[in-house]
Structure formats: C-alpha cells, structure tokens
Ligand binder design. Structure first.
Ligand SMILES: *Cc1c(COP(=O)(O)O)cnc(C)c1O
Length: 419
C-alpha cells in the first residue's frame, strides 16, 4: 500500500517534508532561512522531555485535557448498529481542538525568543485560539483575516480584540482565508527577527504539516488508552471518523492509528450544496486535483487554468480550498477513505446530536456525524466507531436558526449576528 519510501505510514514525511509526491517546501528564498530555523527548533523541542512536560501541564490545567471519550448510547441505539463513541474535544478551552496546536506553536515561539505572533484566520476560530494563548503569555498577537470574513464573523473579531489581538482585514484577492494566509506569509518575511507564524491547520510548507499533526495527535493518543480502559486491554476502534477543513483535527485523530491495519480511517469533507457543482463545495479530495498552494503540493479546488477556486460550505471552518498534504497522500495510497457530506445532511446530524445526546455540536463535526449516521446502521453492534467531536456549536446556533427558519432577529444577540 505505501510506496517504498515509507514502510510505516507513521514515519512520514521524508527530510524534505514530502508525503509521497505531496507536501514539500515551495517557498521564496527569503522565507527559507525562517522555515529552516523553525524546523531545527522543532526537532530539538520534539526530543526534549522538558518541552512535553510543559505542554502536558498546560493541557491539564489550561485546556482541560484529557477530553472525555464518550459512549453515545442513545445515538447508537437510535441508529441500531455500530457502537458509537465521541471524542469530546469540544470541551477544550476555547471550544475546539485548535488550542492543542496553538499551545504547541506558542511554546516553540517562546523557546525561540520570538515576541510577536502572527496568524491567519478564516471563520475566526484559529484567530481566537491564538489570541487566547498570546494573552496568557503576554505576547503581541496580529491576526490576518479576509475583509469579507471580518464582516461575516463580527463576534469572533470582537473576541480577538477583547483578548488584546490586532485584527488586520485583508483586501487582496477575494478577501478570504487563502488571501489572509498569503499576507501572513508576507508579514513573516518582512519581520524576520521577532516574528513567529502560527499556522492554524496541518498545511503550509514543511515542517508545519508534520508539526501541527504532532501537536494534534494528542487526540488519537488519548483515544487509544481511553478505549482500552472502557472496552478492554488492546481493543482498538474499528473505524475512526473526522471532519476535514485543512485536516488538523482529522490527522490528530488518525495518525496514532495509521499503522494499525484493522482500523478503518474516514475523512469527511464539506460537500456544500453537492460535489457535482464545482464551486458550491469545499471537497478538495473528492472534487479537486493536485497543485501548489501556501508552500506545499496537495489537492486543491481549482479551475482549468489552475486558478484557486473559493470553496463554499455552511460551515465556515471547513472552507479552505486545499487540504493538508498528508491527507492527499493517505488518499492516494488508499490508507484512508475520503467522503463528502452536504450542508443538508450536516444540519440533520446537528439536530440529531442535540436531541439524542444533549450535545450541541459545531457544524464541522456535524459533517463527521452525518457520515456516522450513514454507515452505523449497516454495521454490527460490536463494531466500534470513534468520531471526533472537534468543536461545540455555540458559534453556529444563529446559522442553524436561519436555515431552520427560526427568527432570532428580535433578540439583542440576533441583531449583532445578522450583518
Ligand atoms: C477550524 C475547525 C475545523 C477545520 O480545521 P481542521 O484543520 O480541518 O481541523 C473543524 N472543526 C472545528 C470545530 C474548527 O474550529
């Protein structure tokens, strides 16, 4: 299954940051020294027990890890098939998995003596997580956000400001996440001395995809021992499922299981209004093709001329036009399966989670849950599925209300969310 370069899926990437033909480091000469010094520091930190001891302490006391592994009993019964577990990363501080990665990168920045942190954000979730950890450590924080997104995501812009971050609206290109990432890379080159670029997903030039994955892998590592605790020594999940924007929460759940051939791995992309209609979705693997963006080769949404197409999804956190290179590799080798789920299916799953488990999920993991709902009824009751509940739905209730035709415009909050 794997090509000769890797006898183990967990050993990727190679020294050039390549996962098969994907990944790598497509950056300007000026950026190269920055990337290399980051890689060097990361390699040092990775093998330093003191670094992981600090992470562990903050995971426990600041983030609230380990997050529970929860047997969704009513949901399993209602679907009438597989036994479903939810990995509750929505209970983390800031309400999603993003903080796992941000914490790792900020600790690295501190080791490197960097005092100015820059980040890109789309829906604002990564911006909020970065602003949060910067506030905790008293670091200057600058967040690049597409001008279009600044308007759409006013509550998160305000959160970032409350946390002391400066939000810079990006007007280049279409004023969305892709453009914000380009501007952040430009800032980094210009402010070499004191600046650290904290990327929000498992994408970008090497070493970011591997580094972000390593920080998020705490999710899958916890699942391993938590499931053994609940189901018996040595019991592995039969299927693991997660939603994919850039792919960081998914690779965090998947990676510790890559070399366990009995574990089926499924990534769920945002199918928007349907994958046949080219620009009405964000399914890079199911509806895109390989190209180079943000310093790495991976599957991208693009037109015939290779121009990047903006994606669409009901869930703002999934509308990145690319996908982390490791997923492209897992897709090509067949180690993982990638499917897509439409807005409509995700909305249905969102409501099922609320009603059967008392958990209001974010719209992103609702995509993963929708796929669980498709496959679980056909599986035997001793088949264990673990899905990543990677974010909570507080941020999404207004979007969902609108789609369900519930009028919230008369409330104070409703007005501020309307825009
Ligand atoms: C940002 C976000 C995502 C998408 O990012 P990945 O890197 O694919 O994990 C998914 N879910 C939630 C809750 C998010 O905030």
């Amino acid at each position: 299954m794997a090509d000769d370069l890797f006898n183990s899926f967990m050993n990727g990437p190679d020294e050039q940051g390549r996962f098969g033909i994907f990944g790598g480091r497509f950056v300007s000469e000026t950026l190269m020294p920055l990337i290399l010094s980051l890689e060097e520091e990361y390699n040092r930190a990775k093998d330093d027990p003191a670094f992981w001891a600090e992470m562990k302490d903050l995971w426990a006391h600041y983030v609230g890890r380990p997050s529970p592994l929860y047997h969704a009993e009513r949901l399993s019964t209602e679907l009438g098939g597989a036994k479903i577990y939810m990995k509750r990363d929505e209970l983390n501080h800031t309400g999603a998995h993003k903080v796992n990665n941000v914490l790792g990168q900020i600790l690295l920045a501190r080791r490197m003596g960097k005092t100015r942190i820059i980040a890109e954000t789309g829906a604002g979730q990564h911006g909020v997580a970065t602003a949060t950890v910067c506030a905790k450590f008293g670091l200057k924080c600058i967040v690049y956000m597409g001008a279009h997104d600044v308007k759409r995501q006013a509550p998160n812009v305000f959160r970032m400001r409350l946390l002391g971050a400066e939000v810079i609206p990006v007007t280049s290109g279409r004023g969305t996440l892709k453009d914000a990432m380009n501007d952040a890379l430009r800032d980094w080159v210009t402010n070499v001395r004191d600046t650290f670029y904290c990327i929000g997903t498992a994408a970008g030039p090497h070493p970011y995809p591997a580094m972000v994955r390593d920080f998020q892998s705490i999710i899958g590592k916890e699942v391993r021992w938590q499931l053994a605790e609940q189901e018996g020594e040595g019991r592995l999940p039969d299927t693991v499922i997660a939603a994919i924007g850039g792919g960081s929460n998914a690779i965090g759940l998947f990676h510790p299981f890559l070399d366990d051939p009995t574990v089926k791995i499924i990534g769920v992309e945002a199918g928007g209004k349907g994958v046949d209609d080219r620009i009405q979705h964000c399914a890079s693997l199911t509806g895109g093709r390989p190209g180079v963006l943000h310093g790495n080769r991976t599957y991208l949404l693009q037109n015939e001329d290779g121009q990047i197409q903006e994606g669409y999804s009901i869930s703002a956190g999934l509308d990145y036009p690319g996908i982390g290179p490791e997923h492209s590799w897992l897709h090509e080798t067949g180690r993982a399966e990638y499917v897509s789920i439409t807005d409509k299916e995700a909305l249905e799953a969102f409501q099922v989670s609320c009603r059967t488990e008392g958990i209001i999920p974010a719209l992103e993991p609702s995509h993963a849950l929708a796929h669980v709902m498709k496959i679980a009824p056909k599986l035997p009751s001793d088949h264990i599925i673990v899905m990543n509940m990677c974010g909570r739905g507080d941020k999404d209730v207004f979007t969902v209300a609108k789609h369900l035709g519930f009028d919230m415009s008369d409330t104070e909050e409703g007005r501020s969310f309307e825009e």
